[in-house]
Ligand binder design. Structure first.
Ligand code: SF4
Ligand code: SF4
Length: 126
């Protein structure tokens, strides 16, 4: 995203819905960055942190989650924050790729309608 672009979403106020996507793709460069971060080989990082996604390419492994069913294994489920922020894959860096986030707009709308600033739109109540 270009610097100086005004953003109409706040990840600090969102329980990280985008980290629940099933196919969070990782490139070879992403794997090398992960390997450097953890001080292991790219082969070990591939095995430990990725699996083959629906399209036959590597994606991040998941863990169970109370809100969205499953989320990326690197999400801190209490803090709702990335535990490998500096080493996160390229796709996570550029998401959502515009000044608005569709989920955040939806979340704000639901919170406003329900008069509940802590409401979380989950896979159960969407
Ligand atoms: S879903 Fe949108 S608002 Fe929520 S963490 Fe992701 S980018 Fe941020
Ligand atoms: S690497 Fe971090 S930002 Fe990317 S999906 Fe996982 S927890 Fe979210």
């Amino acid at each position: 995203m270009s610097k100086g672009l005004k953003l109409f979403f706040s990840c600090d106020r969102c329980p990280a819905y985008c980290c629940s996507y099933a196919n969070i793709g990782v490139s070879e460069a992403d794997v090398r960055r992960l390997a450097r971060h953890f001080g292991i080989t790219p082969e070990a990082a591939t095995k430990r942190y990725t699996k083959t996604g629906a399209e036959g390419t590597p994606v991040l492994r998941h863990q169970r989650d109370e809100h969205y069913g499953t989320v990326c294994r690197f999400l801190d489920r209490e803090e709702r924050a990335c535990t490998i922020y500096d080493a996160r894959p390229h796709i996570c860096r550029k998401y959502p790729g515009s000044s608005r986030c569709g989920y955040y707009d939806f979340l704000c709308s639901e919170r406003h309608l329900l008069d509940d600033e802590d409401y979380v739109a989950t896979t159960d109540n969407r």
